[in-house]
Ligand binder design. Sequence first.
Ligand code: PEP
Ligand code: MN
Length: 444
Amino acid sequence: MDGLFTPGLVAAQQPQWPGGPTGEPVTAAVNTLRSLPPLVFAGECDNLKERIAEAADGKAFWLQGGDCAETFAAATADSIRNRIKTILQMAAVLQYFSSLPVIKVGRMAGQFAKPRSSDSETRDGVTLPAYRGDAVNDIEFTESSRTPNPQRLVQVYNTSAATLNLVRAFTQGGFADLRQVHTWNKGFAKDPRFGARYEEMANEIGRALAFMASAGVDPESFKSVDFYSSHEALILEYEKALTRIDSRTNLPYDVSGHFVWIGERTRQLDGAHMDFASKISNPIGIKLGPKTTVEDALAMIAKLNPTNEPGRLTFITRMGAGLIREKLPPLVKAITESGAKVLWVCDPMHGNTYEAPSGYKTRRFDDVMDEVRGFFEVHKKCGTHPGGVHIELTGDDVTECVGGGEQISEDDLKNRYETACDPRLNHTQSLELAFLVAEMLRDR
Ligand code: PEP
Ligand code: MN
C-alpha cells in the first residue's frame, strides 16, 4: 500500500510513539497488522454505501451510536450486548414512526483512539502525556501507563475482531428478532417516570406486529438485521496497515471497519487524514463544526467525492444547540445548489459539552434534543432530508449526561460516571431520544 498515500503531509493528533512514527516499535506493530486478515469485507462496505445513497435520497434513516471511546476492559459480553440491544431498540422505534428503513451503525469494534485538546495532562504538579484512547496508552495516571505503546494497535485489532464476532452472532443469530426488540421496548415504555406518551407509541407498534402475526406474516427480515461498524480514522498507522486492495474491484478499502469518519480536529484539507480518506473506497463521514465555511465544505466534496458517487460522503454536523439554526442553513443550501449528494447526519453531542461545577464533563439531555430539533427544522426549511443521528451512548445505567426522564442532576454524575472520554447517554436516555426523534420523523 506504500505509494497510495501522499508522503510528507501533516497528520494532526498523532501520538508521540517511542522511536517516532517510522521507528522499530511502530514498524513491528504495523507489520503484524499487515499480516492479519480484514475485519470487514469490502463488499459489505459497498452494501453500506448503497444504503447511505438511499438515505441521502430521503429513503432511509441513519442511526449511529456507541461509546465516545471504547476500552479493552469494556469489550465484555454484557457491555457489547447492552450496546447492541440499545441501538436495536432505538432503531425499531425510529423505523416504525418514520416508515423508513433504519441503517444501524455502531461506534463500535474500532473506536479506540481519541483526539485531545492538549498533548499533556498535569495533576498535582506532575505532567504526563494525555490519554489518547486505549489504542495509544492507558488512562491510569502513571508514566508507564501514559507512554504510547504501538503494540496496543494490535490489541485494537484483536478486540475489534472479538467485538465484531459477537455483533455478528447477535444480529444474525436470533437475538435481534424484531418481536424480541419490541418486548424490550414495551418494558421501557411502561416505566411510570416517562408518562403515558411512550407507552402509547409502544402499544401502537405492538398492534402493528400483532396484526402482521394474525395475517401469518413471518418474514426472515424480522429475525436478523444488518449492523455495521464504524470509528474515527485517527491513528493513521493503524488505518493504513488495514487498507487493502479489494480483489473484486482492485480498489483500496480500509477494512478496519465498514464506515470511517474524519473528526473535526483532523479534517484539514491539505492534511494527512483527508488524503487518507480521499484514497480509500469506503463510505466516509466528515464531522463539521460551527466554524465550517461553505468554501470548506465544497472543497471537501471536491477532494473526497469528485465523481459525486452516491453514498460515498456523509456530513456529520455538530454545531451545538445554540448555533445549529444559524450555521447549518448556509451549508445545506450551498451544497444542495452545487448538486453534490451527501447524507446529512446530526451529532447533537459534541457541540453541547460543558463542565459541571463538580468537574465532570457532561451534556444536558435537553440541549441534545434541542440540537436534533434544530437539525429537523433546518432541513424542513431547506427541503432536504434530515438523514440521521450520531449519538454517544451506552447500554448501561451510567450517570454521565444530565436530565431525561430519570432527571439525572449534576450532583448525580458522581454515582456512575464511567466513560473513558466524553459523557454518553445511558440506556434510558437513549431510548427517550429515539422516541422523541421518532415523533419528529413522523411529523416531518
Ligand atoms: C468524537 O466523535 O468523539 C469526536 C471527537 O468528535 P468531533 O471530531 O466532532 O469533535
Ligand atoms: Mn466524543
